[in-house]
Design a protein around this ligand. Structure first.
Ligand code: GLC
Length: 541
């Protein structure tokens, strides 16, 4: 395993800082709170912690509107808190990944304050300003992801500025020669402090069409999300973005063993271009990992998932390292999408596939979406588009971590109102409760992560899918030279199946079962798989 880096062998655990642990009684999570929970994080056998943005921000997009790239938001603590947290993370042999948000800043960032101050300010063109269109409206038809036009008119200078998210997130202009170097210095600031890498926000949007051409209508639009009514050919995935990413990668390469994982929602053939070109030493020159979000968006049945895994494996460039994600702070929680029983199967899947898994906090205990009463709805896409809030709103997936059954679930003091409401079921579904139950989702998660850590075939071995002839069962093998190999058999449905897998071996031993009870040796010519059951089977070498 030595030739593999931590970001290949390891598991990434995403913490949404506002919602993990409040240490100072303001109802919002903070760095000292995360620090208090490091024993727990370590007990999950994960290897790296990714923190969603912790920088100063007026919080119009909950920290993804950065007002200072090189400081800590007082809501989350101080730079001393950060240093102490990072030191402890490193002392435990864990890695720390920060969120980097280069595509846009806050409108309160000093760069934008300057840019906005006059048309001839030296920073004017650090952002994307244009005169009104002929009708006095926005310069073109581009849309915001969060509803409405992607342009906001600025009275003071009589021009519009571009923002693909909220109005308070003006987009930086990477066609101006000084912007990327400034962002690279922000990266060096944190790398110099010792952070191990970045999750890079909307990296595939960083460059826009220079001519600001209108985007054509999307004939496949389902009529639900207005943003999807256009084909985003002039705002997404422009070929020039790869040159920017190469320069970002070169900065990471100035330091030892750092990494970058890019947020990219694209089909495989475009996605894999974000690895960049392979260099003589076998490494690539863009993202170490372009996030692979397929499992977040697909129908949950065995054939679809197997086809997707096989297709992704097939399209990966030689030597490129795969990765898998079940959830994040933008997408409905996996246990809500597919149900608790299948959420166990899903955890077994991503913790046994080839490629780095990323777990969104709470997935290890099966946290679900929480329905948010109207007075608590705060997420901009939901606020701006109330009629589709249930589809686009992200508050339901950002609710406080469920630690125990005390009021407020141990997230904050009992007398405090947390920034988002707790799940109705937190008294049953929480860490303390699940630690008492060996068969809990948490028990399963730890069994799987522990196995992945100790078994080279699971951590870094080859993947090959296995035909089973059973509808809704996905089976695959993981193997590496000279070590035990594994056969994983996952039932995606409610029917039980009897499988004949004798082409692989006559017998195998159950290493982990989704119910955390079944054990022993199984006959592979007559393998009974219960409803929603997954098995990790070991084949001794
Ligand atoms: C990314 C983030 C999302 C944020 C958006 C704008 O998609 O994951 O939370 O709202 O970028 O920064």
């Amino acid at each position: 395993m030595e030739r593999f880096s931590w970001w290949q062998k390891g598991i990434i655990y995403q913490v949404y800082p506002r919602s993990y642990q409040d240490s100072n009684g303001d109802g919002i999570g903070d760095l000292a709170g995360i620090h208090q929970r490091l024993d727990y994080i370590q007990s999950l056998n994960v290897d790296a912690i990714w923190l969603s943005p912790i920088y100063p921000s007026p919080m119009h997009d909950f920290g993804y509107d950065v007002a200072d790239y090189c400081d800590i938001n007082p809501i989350f603590g101080s730079m001393d808190d950060f240093d102490a947290l990072q030191e402890d993370i490193h002392a435990r042999g864990l890695k720390l990944i920060l969120d980097l948000v280069p595509n846009h800043s806050s409108n309160e960032h000093p760069w934008f304050v300057e840019s906005r101050s006059s048309r001839d300010n030296p920073k004017r063109d650090w952002y994307i300003w244009r005169d009104p269109g002929l009708d006095g409206g926005p310069p073109n038809n581009w849309l915001s992801f969060f509803g409405g036009p992607a342009w906001t008119y600025d009275e003071h200078t009589g021009q519009y500025y571009l923002h693909q998210f909220v109005t308070q997130q003006p987009e930086l202009n990477y066609r101006h020669p000084d912007v990327l170097p400034a962002m690279l210095d922000n990266m060096r600031f944190w790398l110099g402090k010792g952070v191990d890498g970045f999750r890079v926000d909307v990296i595939w949007l960083m460059l826009k069409d220079e001519l600001l051409r209108n985007e054509p209508p999307n004939p496949g639009w389902g009529g639900v999300k207005p943003f999807e009514s256009l084909q985003h050919i002039h705002t997404q995935n422009l070929s020039g973005v790869h040159d920017l990413i190469k320069q970002m990668r070169a900065v990471l390469d100035e330091y030892n063993d750092r990494m970058m994982v890019g947020e990219i929602y694209l089909p495989n053939q475009d996605l894999v271009k974000y690895y960049g070109a392979r260099r003589a030493d076998g490494s690539f020159d863009e993202c170490h990992l372009p996030f692979n979000f397929q499992l977040l968006q697909m129908e949950w049945d065995a054939q679809t998932v197997q086809d997707a895994v096989d297709a992704y494996e097939a399209v990966l460039p030689e030597g490129a390292w795969p990765n898998w994600v079940l959830g994040n702070h933008d997408k409905h929680r996996v246990a809500t999408r597919i149900g608790q029983a299948q959420a166990r199967v899903a955890n077994m899947l991503i913790l046994t596939l080839r490629g780095t898994p990323t777990t969104y906090y709470g997935e290890e205990i099966g946290m679900e979406n929480v329905s948010i009463p109207l007075e608590f709805v705060q997420d901009p896409p939901a606020v701006n588009q109330p009629e589709i809030a249930h589809i686009v709103g992200r508050d339901p997936i950002r609710t406080p971590m469920q630690w125990n059954n005390s009021s407020n679930a141990g997230f904050t003091e009992e007398s405090i109102v947390p920034w988002l409401p707790l799940a109705a079921d937190y008294q049953d579904r929480n860490v303390e409760q699940q630690e008492k139950e060996p068969t809990s989702m948490l028990g399963l998660y730890r069994a799987l992560t522990g196995l992945r850590r100790s078994e080279p075939a699971l951590a870094v071995g080859d993947y090959v899918s296995v035909g089973t002839n059973a509808a809704n069962v996905f089976a695959y093998q993981r193997s590496a030279a000279g070590v035990d190999s594994f056969l994983i058999v996952l039932n995606f449905g409610e029917q039980s199946h009897t499988l004949d897998l004798s082409q692989i071996a006559s017998q195998a031993t159950i290493a982990v079962a989704t119910d955390m009870q079944r054990s022993g040796v199984v006959d592979l010519s007559n393998l009974v798989l219960g409803p929603n059951e997954g098995l990790v089977l070991i084949r001794y070498k």
